[in-house]
Ligand binder design. Sequence first.
Ligand code: SF4
Length: 292
Amino acid sequence: MKIEIEDRSGFCFGVENAITMAEESLKTDEKIYCLGHIVHNELEVKRLESLGLRTIDYNEFGTLKNCKVLIRAHGEPPETYHIARENNIEIVEATCPIVKRLQQSVKSESDKAVANNSQLVLYGKEGHAEIRGLLGQVNNNAILVNNHQDIAKIDFNRAVTIFSQTTRSRKNYNEIISIIRERFTMNGHDPDKMVKVYNSICSQVANREPQLVKFANKHDAIIFVSGKESSNGRMLFNVCKSINDSSFFISDISEIDPACLKGKESIGICGATSTPKWLISDIYSKLSEMIS
Ligand code: SF4
């Protein structure tokens, strides 16, 4: 049996950068806190916590003073920086530059939307850290669309500007845009005039979709490694599953059922942009032992 690791698997540069910043900060004696899990991967979080990183939630953040807190790649709303200033908290700024730029664009388009009586639409998952950060830029004054049903929240007599969460599927985003354009047409408006779209899906995620289609086609079975909380992990796994029905989502080697791999000649291992390379290599070694 042949096993291959997909060569693009591993962290995107935004997550890589946040983890490097955490590791650098942990070299000093100072205590360092991270607001929320630094990455949607339980094992990587545990590894960094074993080096001293303390993960905190918003309640605990509100009680801290005179310390250092890392802001992860997903970014934060302005309120977080405000609390930090009030409590003399030093921020270790690890917001991904792509997310930072998106926050600025969302803010600037929101100001225009208020002036023009148009609507700002965010395509993303409610409660996701990046979405909370984006909504915070505009005082929650945006329509959040997570699925086709949510499109009904839009007023089709007022223009819209649409952004996507960076980690969403390009195909699904395009579908949502098409439906919105159709509804404007049905209401007697020209969608070219009424719909302004920002292609805000990160290329680090979008480019993975066609790569994974090829990879999933090439193998008899796919082991997709990702944390269960990872949004792009679920989305990229679904890409593999749509191509290769023998695709299995795992977070840890113990979740592999060897019976599922019976009779498979070639197995591909790949992961999300939040899956560490060391974990993928570890799964490779353990899987090789398991089937030898
Ligand atoms: S997926 Fe893209 S936008 Fe998100 S953290 Fe990674 S590099 Fe940044």
